[in-house]
Design a protein around this ligand. Sequence first.
Ligand code: GRG
Length: 297
Amino acid sequence: MDKFKSQYLELVAKTNDYLHNRLDNMEKYPKIIFDSMEYSLFAGGKRLRPVILLATHSLLGGDMRESLPLAGGLEMIHTYSLIHDDLPAMDNDDFRRGIPTNHRVFGEGIAILSGDALLNFAYETMLDNALLYPEKILNHVRAIETIAKAAGIKGMVGGQVVDLENEGKDINPDTLQYIHDHKTGALFRASITASIMLEEPSDQISNALIEYGRSLGLAFQVKDDILDVVGDNKKLGKNTGRDKDKGKATYVEKYGLERSWSIASELIEGAIGQLDIFGLEAEFLRKLAKFIVERHN
Ligand code: GRG
């Protein structure tokens, strides 16, 4: 196994261990809601957002014990968004992360509530952690605020609203950019900015990392659109062709496959370019950027 892959899997394992411990320390009543939360949380997502947060925090010299609860919280928020996005009232999807969607197993009511529970538990987790660092409480509040804003009206929720409103419509490039920048990009950027808030690096370092995160988030979305057309259902763990079925605005629909590949590559080159000021220490983040466009799921 190459070095990048083993480092990536180690960060995934740390995130999963953290999430398991956090949930196992709870009295699991009412049982059904814990079953439903854990069903989706441990269904095998790529854990990209926690990996980016932890890797950025480590690059900035941070201690992983301090950032793991933020990484876990971010993954809980991401998982809640997937559960709600799959509901009949939204995308009405049957498969996610290779298994039937949450509402297909637990019913719509429990799926809505387990999404709500994960969202709240994310903030309980990050705030409990903040209280362990009284000398850095402001840093933690700013990191949590960054994540809250990215997940909220001016971030993921806002992007999802504009996406829903525009289903089946011919939208202009600015609206497409808005949807992707908010629906998907915001949480990617927050995984970088949260670490910046914890460690307060120089403006030069912060700006380079923020730009890296911006390009990474967009490239991820362009590749996501490409995979929905050329991807393999089994590898993806969900059905392909769903964007077209639903009349979704995507890069592929707007620019075609070939141009979308070029856009993704240009974004990744741009992201990697931002890391020049770091030298070899940022090798993991460089490889991660490549992985974002080369991935099959
Ligand atoms: C319900 C408020 C609300 C928002 C939903 C995230 C989202 C917004 C919708 C998911 C639908 C979708 C396919 C979005 C495109 C990009 C995306 C977030 C893909 C899934 O993320 P991955 O690939 O998933 O990181 P895993 O399962 O690996 O964690």
